[in-house]
Design a protein around this ligand. Structure first.
Ligand code: NAI
Length: 331
């Protein structure tokens, strides 16, 4: 059989961790013939709960699961990992300023970057899920210079899947028939969910939906605000859909996207489509041979250009805030 792949999940005692670990262990991320060893990291206050998750993983008797390391030691957790899904972070609590949350999280991502650089396999592929996802990924990249920048990404696949789901529901089509939507920019409400290049059963989305006002209005705000809507309904943030999308992200990155289709990933920007450089920006990407490339040559109209500018500006501002937080914390 194949050698097991080591997958790190940070924040593994949390909500997303609880939904993600069993998916990875049952083949949703890497395939039904690929054994895995799970490395689960959390912080000491969550250590007991983390051990409970490990017990349940053992009790599930997943045939592909060749081992579970549950630890609060970041060096042990990152040792020789092939894939790192970074879910651990500090949530925003009532009364906290945006800068306070940013400050806590960028410090975590700075120190975990160093641990990954020191301990992970040289070709480690990193997916940052924890918010602010794009900026955490950027800080991780800046503090792990020996990891190739193209190996560090953030999750906007959940937003992408939400857009697919909305179009499928609206047109009464199975979601598998909806293709090539795009999430541009930040995993925040400034993101631009773009259907101008997408299709439903081979037909342009615009024709299949036949409601331009909905596409330019409620569709966009529904996708942008979906995270908040889930919190309102469940009293907790998206976990099942986040975990499922994280598996989709890694699976497509490693196994490739079908010819003529693309997915959205937050990647280190080269300035394509007028996006700011040197931030982690969500683009349409095609994946092949374990790598990704930004889909080029899509036509951007004035409406889209304005939306891309707004989300790009927000990312530049977030980056400045993150760097300010790191400078203050190192004084
Ligand atoms: P949660 O609060 O249930 O779990 C987070 C876990 O991280 C906790 O167990 C906590 O102890 C742990 N943690 C905190 N600091 C850590 C550190 N330094 N090292 C390792 N673990 C640490 O939160 P949940 O619901 O699982 O969400 C996790 C993150 O994912 C949040 O930042 C959330 O905003 C983000 N998120 C991102 C989405 C995306 O599409 N990019 C979608 C949904 C959530």
């Amino acid at each position: 059989g194949k050698a097991p792949i080591k997958v790190l999940i940070t924040g593994a005692a949390g909500q997303i961790g609880y939904a993600l670990a069993p998916r990875v262990a049952s083949g949703s991320m890497l395939g039904a013939d690929q054994p895995v060893i799970l490395h689960l990291l959390d912080i000491p206050p969550a250590a007991q709960s983390l051990d409970g998750v490990k017990m349940e993983l053992i009790d599930s008797a997943f045939p592909l699961l060749h081992g579970v390391v549950a630890t609060t030691d970041v060096d042990e957790a990152t040792k020789d990992v092939d894939i790192a899904v970074m879910v651990g972070g500090f949530p925003r609590k009532a009364g906290m300023e945006r800068k306070d949350v940013m400050s806590k999280n960028v410090s975590i991502y700075k120190s975990q970057a160093s641990a990954l650089e020191k301990n992970a396999k040289p070709g480690v592929k990193v997916l940052v899920v924890a918010n602010p996802a794009n900026t955490n990924a950027l800080i991780l990249k800046e503090n792990a210079p020996s990891i190739p920048p193209e190996n560090i990404t953030c999750l906007t696949r959940l937003d992408h899947n939400r857009a697919l789901g909305q179009v499928a529901e609206r047109t009464g089509t199975p979601v598998s028939e909806v293709k090539n939507v795009i999430i541009w920019g930040n995993h925040s409400s400034s993101q631009y969910p773009d259907v101008a290049h997408g299709t439903v059963a081979g037909k342009p989305i615009k024709e299949a939906v036949a409601d331009d006002a909905w596409l330019a209005g409620d569709f966009i705000s529904t996708v942008q605000q979906r995270g908040a809507a889930i919190i309102k309904m469940r009293g907790m943030s998206s976990a099942l859909s986040a975990a499922s999308s994280a598996c989709d992200h890694i699976r497509d990155w490693i196994k490739g996207t079908p010819s003529g289709t693309w997915v959205s990933m937050g990647v280190f920007s080269d300035g394509s489509y007028g996006a700011p450089k040197d931030v982690v920006f969500s683009f349409p990407v095609e994946c092949k041979d374990g790598g990704w490339s930004i889909v080029q040559g899509l036509k951007i109209d004035d409406f889209a250009a304005g939306k891309l500018k707004a989300t790009g500006d927000e990312l530049v501002e977030e980056k400045a805030l993150a760097l300010e937080c790191l400078a203050e914390s190192s004084q």
